[in-house]
Design a protein. Structure first.
Length: 150
């Protein structure tokens, strides 16, 4: 198992973010950030907060499954939208870091709101695709059952 705290520290340093700034972003003190990065294993809820603050997906990195996800025929479009949603969220998190470093708070907040609206639209499209896929799956299940009976 990879040492969670060490990896978080590496990413924090790569981003050029101080412990105090990271602490501010996750709502804790500089000292508590130091305590966190000395831990070998960190709970997923805290990893999610740290990942959002640092623009990095620690959950995927530390808890990637040991199996391959198989996408059934017709599910490629849904899978691509899911991947795009996660890519977009990562971009928004990285932009947030850059915006807060380089622009006024008002401008940063407005740009982030625009990006969040775009992500929300992608999420709505994804929900619609998932709904369609569920209908297709039910139809397929019903058709398969009818064929087995015949």
């Amino acid at each position: 198992m990879e040492h969670h705290g060490k990896r978080i520290e590496e990413i924090r340093e790569q981003r050029g973010m101080s412990k105090a700034e990271l602490g501010r972003r996750i709502g804790t003190s500089n000292q508590n950030v130091h305590d966190i990065i000395t831990r070998e294993e960190i709970k997923q809820t805290l990893l999610e907060k740290l990942g959002k603050a640092l623009g990095h997906d620690f959950i995927d990195e530390f808890y990637k499954p040991d199996y391959e996800v198989v996408i059934e025929p017709g599910g490629e479009e849904v899978a691509e939208h899911i991947r795009e949603k996660y890519r977009m969220q990562g971009r928004i998190d990285q932009m947030e870091i850059l915006l807060k470093k380089n622009f006024s708070k008002e401008l940063s907040d407005e740009l982030l709101k625009q990006m969040e609206r775009q992500l929300s639209a992608i999420g709505n499209q994804l929900d619609s695709l998932i709904e369609k896929q569920e209908k297709i799956d039910k139809w397929f299940e019903k058709t398969s059952s009818a064929q087995k009976k015949a």
